[in-house]
Design a binder for this molecule. Structure first.
Ligand SMILES: [Fe+2]
Length: 244
């Protein structure tokens, strides 16, 4: 028989004082469901990829507030939701409709996190379109100006309300389209975002009040088209892979 270590002896003494045996604890651990990786709740906010003092027509104060309160708040909320879902998974008596409430919240927060990360990452540029995505826009919309007019009109249509404008490469239809999105959950299926515009009031009210159209104009001056083009090239790879 092997000799027990000092640590094992201490653990056995502590368990005995709690009225438990080592076998009881080992069995309990073996029966507990493993925490699914999908519900780890360990998302971290991505830092701003540009200097917030250098945007044209969008203040540092607004961008910092947006990043800290709305975006980071959504990341934190998603973590809480995922961790609560794990707890609920272990409750076999929980009504499905109660579980459904939190599943809805999971979708809301996931949409907010993903779209905000696209939004901030497509800011910080000079607003001048470049690359293959520009050629693709011209093919689909006749001219860049016509595409831009439609993109801005979609944004203005959401002024005073809330939502997102998502210029996307639809992996199912193979087309480029600008989609109107009423909230974080409202997306065209298979639409891979290329350029994302936040039309929630928190994205502009501090600088422009209710003048949403002025914010849309300012946004266009700060688009990072190199990032948009990078997403477009990745979308092309995805389309090719789906066809293979
Ligand atoms: Fe936002």
């Amino acid at each position: 028989m092997r000799e027990i270590s000092r640590r094992e002896a201490m653990e056995t003494m502590l368990l005995a004082s709690a009225g438990l045996t080592l076998t009881t604890v080992i069995n309990a651990e073996a029966q507990a469901p493993a925490a699914p990786k999908a519900f780890a709740g360990q998302h971290q906010p991505r830092p701003l990829p540009f200097d917030p003092t250098r945007l044209k027509g969008i203040s540092e104060k607004l961008i910092k507030s947006h990043w800290e309160n709305n975006y980071s708040g959504a990341v934190n909320a998603l973590n809480v939701v995922e961790q609560r879902l794990v707890t609920m998974l272990g409750d076999k008596d929980l009504p499905a409709y109660v579980y459904g409430d939190l599943k809805r919240e999971e979708l809301v927060r996931t949409g907010s996190v993903v779209l905000h990360e696209h939004y901030f990452a497509n800011l910080g540029g000079d607003g001048k379109p470049v690359g293959d995505v520009l050629n693709a826009i011209k093919q689909a919309f006749v001219s860049y100006d016509q595409w831009e007019a439609e993109f801005k009109r979609t944004g203005n249509a959401l002024g005073g309300g809330s939502g997102w404008v998502i210029f996307a490469h639809n992996l199912h239809t193979g087309e480029l389209h600008t989609y109107w999105s009423w909230d974080h959950m409202h997306n065209a299926p298979a639409g891979l975002p290329l350029l994302v515009l936040d039309m929630y009031e928190h994205a502009y009210h501090m600088d422009y009040g209710a003048a949403a159209a002025k914010y849309v104009d300012a946004f266009m001056q700060n688009v990072n088209w190199e990032e948009v083009n990078r997403r477009y090239m990745n979308a092309q790879k995805a389309v090719a892979a789906l066809k293979a």
